[in-house]
Design a protein around this ligand. Structure first.
Ligand code: NAP
Length: 288
């Protein structure tokens, strides 16, 4: 029997943990005879040509990572179908390749972000809360969309390049939301931090190989939550700082896992479970 295929596409892509996750679930659910999941390194220049032939090559789905999420969005906008979430975020991270070869694009990053928070801190509440988001890149867009969907009261966006934060504010202006933009220089001040319920790092700072995230969060309210969407390392300096202040923390690994839950279900027809064994396996790989 010829196996159907799925893969994560990116450039570079070799560090992606998506194959580990999907291969684990394919094994757990006895689907390895029918499907395989791999890595496809695709340069930005060859992306369109490769997307054109995926169906003929036996693919049922792809996950999309840096730097292709916006380009795949634009491609499917022209050649396929996008769901409402992808349209509202303006990027695609999951593509179903239907049996007639047509492409259906969605975005599961917002789902992954929110479900990770709920899973790690079940008592967390969003409705009418104030959230501070550091960063205004692609990941911030999914994070902010997820928070808007949860009916938060206010989202304070703090980004090095203020124009990028203002662009996000405009991008989401037609959704029911209140986004306030604050200067990067003011990120540690008590008037910005004193009413924050959830503090989110969605910049790439603090990630292995990147500069440190230079923030001081000691004036955050004692009952606030702090989360970092970076998962390499799992225990970032931000989370260490928060723990030393007695704040509740949420690491970024679950965002990756939960965004994949949606993709697995779409590609292979089974909603996979997130078990302690899977988390332990992921942790081991992240620790290297
Ligand atoms: P991106 O689009 O490149 O955005 C990077 C963000 O970091 C921007 O806001 C940028 O600010 C800021 N930044 C970069 N260098 C900085 C510096 N030296 N000082 C201050 N700010 C700086 O990247 P992305 O796609 O949003 O991803 C961001 C991070 O999230 C990555 O580390 C990625 O691995 C992680 N991520 C995790 C998950 C998960 O599942 N856990 C999912 C998606 C992404 P400017 O606007 O000023 O450039």
């Amino acid at each position: 029997m010829v196996k159907k295929k799925a893969a994560v596409i990116g450039y570079p892509v070799k560090h992606s943990l998506s194959p580990l996750l999907h291969q684990y679930w394919l094994k757990v659910y006895g689907l390895e005879e029918q499907y395989e999941y791999g890595l496809l390194e695709i340069t930005p220049e060859s992306l369109e040509t490769r997307l054109d032939v995926l169906a003929d090559q036996g693919y049922v789905g792809i996950n999309v990572t840096i730097p292709h999420k916006e380009t795949v969005f634009a491609y499917i906008e022209k050649h396929g179908e996008l769901d409402d979430v992808a349209k509202k975020i303006g990027a695609v991270n999951t593509v179903l390749i239907k049996s007639d070869g047509s492409l259906f694009g969605t975005n599961t990053d917002a789902y992954g972000f929110i479900h990770n928070l709920i899973h790690q801190q079940p008592q967390i509440k969003f409705k009418n809360k104030t959230i501070l988001v550091l960063g205004a890149g692609g990941a911030a867009r999914a994070v902010i969309y997820g928070l808007i969907e949860q009916q938060v009261k206010k989202i304070i966006v703090v980004n090095r390049t203020k124009e990028h934060a203002l662009a996000l504010q405009t991008f989401f202006s037609n959704l029911r939301s209140r986004i306030e933009v604050v200067d990067w220089e003011d990120r540690n001040t008590s008037h910005v931090l004193e009413n924050v319920d959830i503090y989110v790092n969605s910049t790439s700072l603090g990630m292995q190989g990147k500069p440190a995230l230079d923030v001081a969060i000691n004036v955050l309210p004692k009952e606030s939550f702090v989360t970092d969407i970076i998962y390499r390392p799992l225990q970032t300096e931000l989370l260490q700082q928060a723990e030393s202040l007695g704040l509740r923390t949420i690491d970024g690994m679950g965002m990756l896992i939960y965004q994949a839950v949606r993709g697995f279900e779409l590609f292979f027809g089974k909603k996979p479970e997130v078990t302690p064994a899977l988390r332990a396996l992921m942790k081991k790989h992240i620790a290297g």
